[in-house]
Design a protein around this ligand. Structure first.
Ligand code: TXA
Ligand code: MG
Length: 361
């Protein structure tokens, strides 16, 4: 039976509906739910058989570890704090008080009740405290931490609406809690504090500079090593689950970026016009580009947002890519956005979606 979708409002929580979802979690079933980043596909993190269902539903290889979501500071059952060296523990505490709940995932030593399937056999566990009220209520009512990857088919663009989840997983799960479009629109930042210096495994909702300032303000070393996660799927990954091709729409995407907007627009115009002769083309652009790139024959345009509002671009990015796919485009040409703040995460997702088809102008 296809998934049931229940509308839930963060401002006016219907605990009856969330209770139903929590009962499914306790019974070892899967529930998709909104977070402030993207939708998650949740299962009881203490239940290996339930977590196995996540891998099955997503078509995800079991070498890719899953983040554990908690409502509060994780207990000893989830994180083995005793395994963390003193300075790393102080860094973790400082980051937790600054950014949790929020779009930060910390890699910490795995606690005794987290089964190996959750962490792909690693001795560490990714922990996140979502800021979304629906996610928090679900975890609280379930009474267990919830293991949840993004609620998309493996390698596909992450879902930012319940409809995106339904399109990818509707046939595989019983229930989707629909909290509307997610706020941030890009996944959490992942920081491994088990290594020294801490390693940034994924850019995301919290910019790197914010993490560094937090550590500096707490009197801790602010050096963070940025892991370049661009391994093709078949090769050894620099960090688990960090595939080159990821977050991808169905149509092959090419990313064009550079400082000169005039040159960028001229290139997008020429390439879109050339490719449109062979089939429908999708253009992912900024609001400022629209006057130069609208109404080309056989070209669908999606505007991610203004170059001056990267928060809006992040919010719209994945939905815009899905819309282009829905219009049946055969190729997508995307422009790069300024690489500051959350723009670094935007560039990361677009270049992974491009899987190597990246052109620097
Ligand atoms: O914003 C988010 O993080 C969303 C929402 C639902 O919370 N979740 C999410 O999960 O993006 P997922 O599974 O799509 O991506 C999580 C990534 C994995 O692919 C892996 O690279 C990394 O987190 N990860 C998880 N546990 C890890 C661990 N113990 N060590 C290293 N990396 C880990
Ligand atoms: Mg994912």
């Amino acid at each position: 039976m296809p998934a049931e979708i229940i509308k839930v409002w963060a401002e006016r929580l219907s605990l009856v509906d969330i209770w139903r979802a929590a009962e499914l979690i306790r019974a070892g079933q899967l529930v998709a739910f909104p977070t402030e980043t993207v939708y998650g596909l949740g299962a009881n993190a203490f239940d290996a058989a339930a977590v196995a269902r996540i891998f099955e539903a997503k078509g995800r290889p079991n070498t890719d570890p899953i983040i554990v979501h908690c409502a509060d500071e994780p207990s000893e059952e989830v994180v083995d704090w005793s395994q963390l060296p003193e300075e790393a523990r102080r860094s973790a505490q400082a980051l937790m008080s600054a950014f949790m709940p929020g779009a930060l995932t910390l890699i910490l030593p795995r606690g005794r009740r987290i089964p190996p399937i959750v962490t792909a056999g690693l001795p560490t566990v990714g922990v996140r405290l979502p800021a979304h009220r629906v996610a928090q209520a679900l975890i609280e009512l379930a009474g267990v931490p919830i293991a949840a990857p993004s609620a998309n088919r493996f390698m596909h663009t992450s879902p930012t609406t319940a409809q995106h989840v339904y399109a990818d997983l509707g046939e595989h799960i019983p229930l989707i809690l629909d909290g509307g479009a997610t706020d941030i629109g890009i996944e959490s930042t992942i920081l491994d504090v088990c290594s020294q210096p801490p390693r940034l495994l994924r850019h995301g909702g919290i910019p790197l500079e914010a993490l560094q300032s937090c550590l500096a303000a707490a009197g801790l070393p602010e050096r963070i090593e940025v892991v370049k996660g661009y391994a093709p799927p078949e090769e050894t990954m620099p960090a688990p689950g960090m595939f080159l091709k990821h977050y991808a729409p169905r149509a092959p995407l090419t990313l064009y970026y550079g400082e000169d907007d005039t040159q960028l627009r001229a290139t997008l115009y020429a390439e879109a016009t050339r490719l449109a002769a062979e089939g429908r083309v999708g253009l992912l652009i900024a609001a400022e580009d629209a006057p130069f790139l609208s109404e080309l024959p056989n070209v669908c345009v999606e505007i991610a947002g203004s170059l001056n509002n990267l928060t809006a671009v992040a919010h719209n990015l994945f939905a815009a890519l899905r819309k282009l796919d829905d219009q049946g485009v055969r190729r997508i040409l995307a422009r790069g956005f300024p690489m500051r703040g959350i723009g670094v995460a935007i560039q990361d997702r677009l270049s992974r979606a491009a899987a190597g088809r990246v052109v620097r102008l």
